[in-house]
Each structure stands twice: as structure tokens, then as C-alpha cells.
Design a protein around this ligand. Sequence first.
Ligand SMILES: Cc1ncc(COP(=O)(O)O)c(C=O)c1O
Length: 456
Amino acid sequence: MLRSEGKIGVAELYESYINPGLAKLYRLMGVSSGEARGEGCFLYDEEGRRYIDCVSGYGSLPFGHRPLAVLRAVRDQLERMALSSKVMPGRPAAELAEALAARLPGDLQYSFFCNSGAEAVEGALKLARAATGRTEFVAARGGFHGKTLGALSVSGRERYRAPFYPLLPGVTHVPYGDVKALEKAVTNRTAAVILEPVQGEGGVRVPPEGYLRAVRGICDRTGTLLILDEVQTGLGRTGRWFAMEKENVVPDIVCLAKALGGGVMPIGCFVARPDAARAFWGDPLVHTSTFGGNALAAAAGLATLRFLEEAEIPERVAETGAWLKRQLVRLSAEYPAWIREVRGEGFLLGVEFADEARGGLVMSALVEQGVLTAFALNSHRVVRIEPPLIADRLVLSGVVERWAGVLARLEALVGDADWGAYGDREGSAGEAGRPQEGGEAGADGPGEGSLREALA
Ligand SMILES: Cc1ncc(COP(=O)(O)O)c(C=O)c1O
């Protein structure tokens, strides 16, 4: 059945059977081998080369690869039951819901389990409509909520939206961090405002102080629900259990996924306050998922919450993240022609380059040096540094050293050449004139577009 019998390279298999464009993207990023094994903060490729993983599966590997505490819990559960019959209630899911309610702020209490971040967002949008009887949404430019149609409709980057119009009607995108624009956009038809407390894929953007509190106020005054998407920021990533805690804001619905599976199982969920949640109580089958709440994923979730607490992970991330950011800011001062800004909190850090080409060069040179980083999906000029939450100063010193070495070498090689013509321009002409709900939904920023050109 398997024609390659292990003899064809993984890149060729991707080329022939998955997506040639993706195979090309890997090549452009300087990735020539496949991932073979993971251990803590390290990843080994098929040739046995070791990499420090500073992407962590976009945040889905909070404790690195194969963390024992979660593996054990999942293995134990596997001995009893893996997936649900769906006919009887399952204890692991029920206990995970209880643990989440205890950990989340305010009266966020009722969980719905699914399998990914996008699914969590889909469910949250549906619940908001059902709970308010309203149909419209306000979201932020640059926001990322997943790529299913509903989640994409509230996401704010034209590049990923344009091929799929028409999306959900009645979605207005406003600049992230702008209270006045948001206030103007919310009407008595708005079911919910959906935001990330820190934009991850938007290029690691931290909103101005007081923004989330002000948004909460606008929602309260207008009977609009607030959905906070903590799929990436939740569970320790920003140095707090939840990023929303920075401003003590309690949304009506929160979306979680990624880290909740402890790097072992896929899982997503949305948790709602009673007033919103009750919209799904009359007909509990109005929103369902076959795999959602399965025992293996729930066991992983419980072990994750336990480990986060026992190992005091959020506190450690706050401390080590601040140190790491200082090191990167120091580098940015040494290489101003390359690095525009270093942003973020905890272990969700973004390095904004002068243009996409420079970021790409640094990223592929880092791969050569054994460090994995990645573009932010909605801002290709920003390279994220998102290590596992267990990474310590020793591991991260190795990362900083390699960044310094790569920047020194590249600057000596290409100097501060002006690549404006190559990278610095607004989004491609192909996107112009597409229908957009509520105005511009976040065209590509300056300095972006070269990746797409390279792929063309
Ligand atoms: C904030 C946010 N929401 C939703 C998603 C979508 O999650 P998934 O890729 O699991 O569907 C992501 C993924 O990066 C995300 O960062």
C-alpha cells in the first residue's frame, strides 16, 4: 500500500501528496528535513540534528515535547477508555470543566469541549447569537481566530479572507486598541465583540492599558457580549494564567485550546457565564461535537492545569519572559537596520523586522543554527519567539546567542541594504476591490508581500 516504503524524502512526499506550495514554503524557510522526535524544548529532525523549539506548535506545546506528567495521565486514561460513546456523560470532561471554572476569573462556569481553537471560536460565535438574538459581530484588524468560515469571518487579515468571500455578513473590523472606533462600531445589532487580549498572529500586539476594561464597559452599556479569544494567550503564555487578568476583565465567553492539551492531545473549549450559557440549555443538542470532550483529551487537560499550578509555570514565565525580552531589546538596539521593535509579554514575544525579507533571512539562518522560529500568521514582518513554558534561562541563553551570531553575520554580509522595492509595499493588487464588511479588514502592512511573491 505504501509505495515509498520510507525511501522517499518527506519533502518529496509533501510535494506529491500534501501540497507542493507548502513543500516550497518549507524550502524557503531553510527547512530541508522532517521532524522525527521531540524531547522537552528540543526537536530532532530525521537526520538527527537538534533544534531548540521556539515555536512550540504555535503555543500548543506548553511543556515542550512529550511532557511526562501529561503523557502519564493520557496513558492511564487510555487503559480505561479513549473516545466517548456519546451516550453517557464522561467523568474526565466533567472534572476538567469543574477545574476550569475554579481557575477562570468571575463566573465563567459552563464549558463546551471541542477539538481546536477555530472550533472554539465557531461555538462562541453561535452561542453569542443564540444568547442575544442579534446577528452581528465587531472584531479587530489583524486579529486571528482560526480559518473555518465563521472564525475567518471575524479574523482580520485580507490575505486569508479574500479567496473565500462571501464570509459571514455583519462583521465590522476596527483598529485593535482603538476604543473610540470600537464604540462607534457597536450597535444594537451587535451580538458580540470578539478580541484577543494580546494579538498573537497579528504580530504580538499588546493593547494600550485600559483597552479591555473600556471594551467591557461598552459591551455592558449596549447589551453586547464580550468574547475573549485566549486560544493562544491562555494558560500561562503571557506570564499569567489568562492574559485577561492583567486588566481584571471577565468576558461573557472565553475560548481556549492549544496549551490545554498539554502538548499531547488536541482540545479546544469555550467557557461561558451562566447568562450566556443558558441559551444552549433548552436544546442541548443544538451544538455538538463527536470528538469533543473525549476522555483522552480531557485527561490531558486536567493534567495540564495541575502541572501549571504545581510547577508555578505562569509565575516562572513572567520572570523568565521579562529577562528574555530584555536580551532581545538589547539586540534590537545593536541592529536597528534589522529590528524595528520587540513586543510581547511572558513567552509570547515578537520581533518586528524592517521588512519581511530580513525576517525571512534571519529565520532561515536560525534554522541552520538549530533554532526554530516562525512568522506571525497575520504579520509576516514579525518573527515570533514562543518557546515552551518550561524553557529556562540556560536554554534561552542559547537562543539569544544564536540570534546575536546570526544578526552579526547577516549584517556583515548584506549590511543595511535598502530592500524597499522588494519588501516594502502594501498588499497585492489582487486583493483590491474585494467586498469587505465594515471597511478594510486589515490589508497587508508595509514591508510584507515578499513571501507571497516568492511562492508565486
Ligand atoms: C487566538 C487564536 N484563536 C484561534 C486560533 C485557531 O486555532 P486552531 O489553529 O487550533 O484552529 C489560533 C491559532 O493560532 C489563535 O492564535
